[in-house]
Design a protein around this ligand. Structure first.
Ligand code: ATP
Length: 308
């Protein structure tokens, strides 16, 4: 649904993003994660056609943004970092105005706005002037304006930034709800938020795409174990490498005197039984008591820290 092909955006001599290629399939919710200045807003602005790429191609629904800007932009609703709200209008007036701009017919306008108000839980404030709203409500009106004209794609720049904890939870609920029938891309620097809401996370660092991770991936049939046992490192390493279930064995620094520590990549199980059982039996037979055996999991946090 959204494609960036070798996209670079330069601000004069400063790169916003460099040679980024990515694909967001229809219906997915994807999070762009990165520290300040990583290039998230630049990437989102390119997807919305706010400015053209310096190099590369941006496609929405298979159409080139540069060649078909109107068609592409019609497919997109955008919540920028600072939503373009008209403070003196009421919520209802504003949404009706934006719907008109997005070519919703006069006849359909009222019902369209009612649906959006319902979806974004804005009923209680529909007659209120926007300048009198709390930050949480203003942000929801920002999302509501992105929904005017029924776009398939929603692009949200840091939708929860500046919200209090309760407003944050409500905003995440709304994004989850919208993700059921939209393609959603949003930026964040909160790992847990991305993990809760997205099927894929794209990590940007210094303008480059450094990782794209499928968060729905099923566990593989290999596991990583960290094992510490009493005994001599070289002898134990050789023995562990000889186990049928062990695909790779590396040594690691052990904090405990008289012990050796290993990082093992294993098949979860094979015809000789579970990997953990095989390791236990081997080390018991070598009179090398196990002091620790834990599974090493790459958390999103670890991946993020490693890449940024
Ligand atoms: P933040 O989380 O702080 O919003 P970001 O990940 O959205 O950061 P961008 O705003 O896309 O990052 O910025 C990427 C790089 O481009 C940064 O080095 C930034 O200083 C630079 N940049 C962004 N906009 C401009 C601009 N209008 N002119 C010059 N440089 C810019």
């Amino acid at each position: 649904m959204i494609e960036l092909e070798h996209v670079t955006k330069m601000y004069g001599s400063i790169p916003g993003i460099r040679d980024v290629s990515l694909h967001v399939p229809q219906g997915q919710t994807v999070g762009l994660l990165g520290r300040n200045g990583a290039g998230k807003t630049t990437a989102l602005n390119l997807m919305t056609g706010y400015f053209p790429p310096t190099e590369g191609k941006v496609r929405i629904g298979g159409k080139d943004m540069m060649a078909n800007p109107r068609e592409c932009k019609r497919m997109i609703g955008y919540l920028p970092e600072r939503p373009p709200l008209y403070d003196e209008m009421t919520v209802e007036e504003y949404l009706s105005f934006v719907s008109e701009l997005r070519e919703v017919t006069r006849k359909a306008n009222k019902e369209h706005v009612n649906e959006i108000i319902e979806l974004c839980t804005l009923k209680d404030v529909r007659k209120r002037v926007i300048s009198h709203l709390s930050k949480g409500y203003r942000q929801r009106v920002g999302i509501a304006q992105a929904l005017c004209g029924s776009p398939d794609v929603l692009i949200l720049d840091e939708p929860t930034v500046g919200l209090d904890p309760r407003q944050t939870v409500e905003m995440r609920e709304l994004i989850r709800k919208l993700g059921k029938d939209h393609t959603v891309v949003f930026s964040s620097h909160i790992l847990s938020e991305v993990q809760q809401l997205c099927s894929r996370v794209i990590i940007l660092n210094a303008g480059q795409l450094v990782q794209s991770i499928d968060l729905t991936e099923k566990p593989t049939d290999t596991l990583k174990l960290r094992v510490r046992a009493a005994g001599r490192k070289e002898a134990l390493l050789g023995a562990l490498q000889g186990l049928p279930c062990v695909l790779r064995a590396e040594t690691a620094a052990s904090p405990e005197a008289g012990t050796a520590e290993f990082l093992l990549t294993c098949r979860t199980a094979d015809e000789q039984g579970r990997a953990t059982d095989q390791i236990f039996r081997l080390l018991a037979g070598l009179n090398a008591p196990i002091r620790m055996m834990t599974e090493e999991k790459d958390t999103l946090e670890e991946i993020f820290l490693r890449n940024t």
